[in-house]
Design a binder for this molecule. Structure first.
Ligand SMILES: C[S@@+](CC[C@H](N)C(=O)[O-])C[C@H]1O[C@@H](n2cnc3c(N)ncnc32)[C@H](O)[C@@H]1O
Length: 284
């Protein structure tokens, strides 16, 4: 018998007015969504060339989709989650994604996002499962000549094996906006360096060559991230310099948004729309 899915934790999710789950999130999430929304808006002209009859299509891919609705903690403010933010922006611009591909490890969240996207008139394809196990199914549905944009927003480094990026980057026109959990890396680098196996082995294979386990200093984290960027480059994609540092309300660094694409124009667009915070750079 298949195991029932884990229950959504009440400290992280609650029912929305439509009865479907919504996440409870920090206010900083709005900044992350704003970046996503701006990128979708700024790429509308490029998308226009791919939509319509006879064209290969322009897709949005969200492998960590969540429930597509959230409430800001300690407030009554309810906001859209990433799949709806991206879809609604493309729709409002009059250049809607031809299809939206969503996935999440939790089936209830995929179901909620699917219902919400469909009621907003999106053409949705859904998968349930970890990103590493669904990515090939998602890619198989994409037109190799289309324009694709993937938002990868895991909770931590362990949920984003490099293999997922390698698979996505095999498509010629795949732009990727990637959440890199700085907090996890900052806290755990020493124990990671001492361990035989850890989350970094799949996130950034070969990372041990970039750091000396006896000298985990303030620059070690930057070296691991530089190694990760080199791995991406080896796939033929460029990683934008403008990497956003998102801070929590108490000003603690939370994560970077890394942007990777093969096409220089996509990198230029990201750099133009993102606010460059010097402290937020990888320090290359
Ligand atoms: C930060 S939340 C996503 C929030 C969403 N992108 C948004 O902005 O509205 C991360 C999501 O990843 C899912 N998740 C955790 N591990 C995963 C994995 N290995 N593969 C796919 N989804 C995973 C969780 O269930 C959760 O919904």
């Amino acid at each position: 018998m298949p195991r029932p899915p884990p229950r959504l934790r009440p400290e992280e999710y609650e029912p929305d007015e439509d009865g479907l789950p919504r996440a409870i999130v920090g206010a900083w999430v709005k900044e992350k969504h704003l970046r996503l929304q701006h990128y979708v808006g700024a790429t509308r002209a490029a998308r226009r060339n791919y939509i319509g009859p006879g064209n290969a299509g322009a897709t949005y891919i969200d492998l960590f989709c969540g429930p597509a609705r959230a409430r800001i903690e300690q407030t009554t403010e309810v906001i859209d989650g990433s799949p709806l933010v991206a879809w609604r922006q493309s729709f409002a611009d009059g250049v809607p994604f031809t299809s939206v591909h969503i996935a999440d490890a939790h089936p209830q969240l995929v179901e909620a996002t699917c219902i919400r996207l469909k009621s907003a008139d999106a053409s949705v394809h859904e998968d349930v499962g970890k990103a590493a196990s669904v990515v090939d199914r998602v890619i198989a549905r994409l037109d190799p000549y289309g324009l694709h944009f993937a938002f990868l927003d895991p909770y931590g480094l362990k949920d984003l094996p490099f293999e997922v990026l390698r698979r996505l980057a095999s498509l010629k026109r795949m732009d990727m906006l990637i959440h890199v959990s700085v907090l996890g890396l900052q806290r755990n680098l020493k124990p990671f360096a001492r361990s035989r196996a850890c989350a970094l082995d799949s996130f950034a294979p070969g990372w041990r060559s970039a750091v000396d386990p006896r000298h985990i200093d303030a620059n070690a984290r930057a070296r691991v991230l530089a190694h990760w960027r080199d791995l991406l480059r080896s796939l033929g994609v460029e990683v934008a310099d403008a990497i956003e540092l998102v801070r929590a309300d108490d000003n603690q660094p939370l994560y970077w948004l890394a942007f990777a694409a093969r096409h220089p124009l996509a990198i230029q667009i990201w750099e133009r729309i993102s606010q460059i915070d010097r402290q937020g750079r990888f320090g290359f």
